[in-house]
Write a protein that binds this ligand. Structure first.
Ligand SMILES: C[S@@+](CC[C@H](N)C(=O)[O-])C[C@H]1O[C@@H](n2cnc3c(N)ncnc32)[C@H](O)[C@@H]1O
Length: 204
């Protein structure tokens, strides 16, 4: 999908994501993974700031949230104020942004790998932005490990993509395995549709 159209689509979905701030299932998963972020954090595709309540303020020194949707960032700024989170924001496309290498202790991505045109390339950027020994924390949705569900997801993907702007036919674990990241732990939920992935960068 054309980038301008995609940004417009996400701009219009702000209220849906604001309502999702109360989604107890998602929040339970967010709680499990976001608590492991520490130091200088880069949160990609920050949306309305749904992870902000779950950062450990004793471990996190600063958060930079990136999103190409101005409306999402405006909403995330309010969430940061509400939860007293020290965050700044960059309104930019993650696929083209230039950030200093080895500059973040933690890279956080929740529900964003479904959107990027080249998710492996983006994961490799996480690898490059993350400091040696740092952590990459993912909470993503994609193809189920159940063959029937997986077949159905592949079938509905073109319609799903037209409506939501994202893809439901991506095998998230395989994408991470293809990237330079080193997986340390994977937790799967809902027949593998949702995954939590703890990973580390590989540095030469
Ligand atoms: C499905 S929402 C998830 C939002 C949030 N991370 C969460 O967990 O609720 C995807 C977010 O990624 C942003 N996004 C998608 N593709 C992007 C890109 N290429 N560059 C920057 N932001 C992007 C969208 O604007 C949207 O806010």
């Amino acid at each position: 999908m054309d980038k301008k159209k995609l940004i417009n689509k996400y701009d219009k979905q702000v209220s849906i994501y604001e309502n999702n701030l109360n989604n107890s299932t998602l929040n339970n998963w967010r709680r499990q993974i976001i608590k492991d972020a520490y130091g200088k954090v880069m949160e990609v595709g920050v949306g309305v700031g749904a992870n902000f309540p779950y950062y450990d303020k004793d471990k996190v020194t600063e958060i930079t949230g990136v999103d190409f949707s101005t409306k999402m960032i405006e909403s995330a700024q309010e969430t940061a104020l509400k939860y007293n989170v020290n965050a700044d924001f960059i309104n930019h496309d993650i696929s083209t942004i230039r950030l200093e290498v080895n500059s973040y202790d933690s890279i956080v991505s929740t529900l964003t790998l479904c959107s990027y045109p080249d998710p492996v390339d983006t994961l490799n950027k996480f690898n490059s932005w993350c400091k040696k020994g740092g952590t990459i924390l993912l909470m993503e949705h994609g193809l189920s490990t159940n063959p029937l569900l997986s077949m159905a997801m592949k079938g509905i993907n073109p319609l799903y993509n037209r409506i939501s702007g994202c893809h439901c036919n991506r095998n998230i674990v395989k994408l991470v395995e293809k990237s330079n990241l080193k997986i340390e732990r994977i937790d799967r939920f809902w027949s593998g549709i949702f995954v939590l992935v703890w990973a580390r960068p590989t540095k030469s």
